[in-house]
Ligand binder design. Sequence first.
Ligand code: F0G
Length: 469
Amino acid sequence: MNKQLLVPPYRIKMVEPIRLIDREERIKRLEEAGYNPFKLKSEDVFIDLLTDSGTGAMSHYQWGALMQGDEAYAGSRSFFRLEKTVKEITGYNYVMPAHQGRGAEQVVIPELVKHPGMVFISNIHFDTTRAHVEIAGARAVDTVIKECYDLDTYHPFKGNFDLELLENKIKEFKPDNVAAITMTLTNNSAGGQPVSLENMRAVRKIANHYGITVMIDGARYAENAYFIKQREKGYQDVPIRQIAREQFDQADIFLMSAKKDGLVNIGGLIVIKSDEELFQRCQIRIVPMEGFPTYGGLAGRDMEALAVGLEEALEEDYLEYRINEVKYLGDKLREAGIPVQYPIGGHAVFVDCGAMCPHIPFDKFPAQAVVNQLYIESGVRAVEIGSLLLGRDPDTKKNLKADKEFMRLTIPRRTYTLQHLDYVASAIKQVYSIRDKICGLSFAYEPPILRHFNAKFIPDRQGEHDCNE
Ligand code: F0G
């Protein structure tokens, strides 16, 4: 039989019951949550596609490894096991755990900012990375290729840097002011879109020319490697591990939220290739923030599970099924004519709610409105990645308009079956069929920063239809 896997390469030997509460109850729960699904209780959610971060299932090898956790404050055996695995995978010399990705960011990013007025240049910064850049007094600049936002057009590597724009930005800000170039693998904010090795090599070359540090934000680096194997010329027969290593060869620093391709529920990594002096500075900074450098906010058992998870996430049949299950959902939506980011990315399907609900202005948050309707129709929880998330201009206080109003359907790893995804696809088709009736949202409460997490809304009236009814 053809090995194009749409059959999970694992069996399930532990289950967690989930429950679909009835429609009336869902309407009530959403109202109580201020029309913000972040404020729902997870037990009121049937299928939770809010994030793929820390929501995956561990293998029995990982659960077994937990028992071997060495809980020493300093120098634990579990740390050395993790360190060995990370060094083998990356080829880098220095490893420190962190409690999650943003923990790694808060330690390393300020150490790269040497004077006021510095910038970080990325394909696209993830939100927390951007936040840490700004907290450190620097600015975050994105230089992704323009094809990235052309949703219907196929491009194998929509996460790529626009090399000309990158070089122009380096010249504009002056090389001495560029703290680092950050390659986000895969590019989360644009739909889990991969970056090619050819592009990474070109970025490395530009960085070398100007003497700039290169950092990988590699929460989903294994998924990126799988896309390279599938799509980049010359890599079809190269083992995933080798592709991963070639990715790491293009950078100096690797920060990881291990809650994604580490296949654990909590954890992060700081990995530095050869800059011992930087490593020493990070060792000092990590103590008051994350903890002693050999545990960095993790228990010994967490480090054991992570050491195993990092290996499992590089297994090819796992990756094949993983990427295919996300594509399975995306293809179903595309076949139904629902506008999605194409090709489908590594961890999520991104639905273009601006195109779906053109009657809702951007500052009435079309994607948030669709997310809410999806919950009412089906108990499925998705997340808005659009103008609500983007926030306001710090100077003018005006709402910023996102390039796209996305609803992200994020698929946790090894957690749901294709039947669950069939249900999600039917639910979205149902929402799509009533898209003209979906109303925008006005703030009942708008927090001053990171508003999407805690905001509360009131649905607007629209013509004869009232979403409050
Ligand atoms: N970098 C990327 C590319 C991410 O996607 C995330 C988190 C982080 C860094 C921060 O890691 O959550 O462990 O502190 N992304 C999650 C998401 C939250 O839902 O996309 P963290």
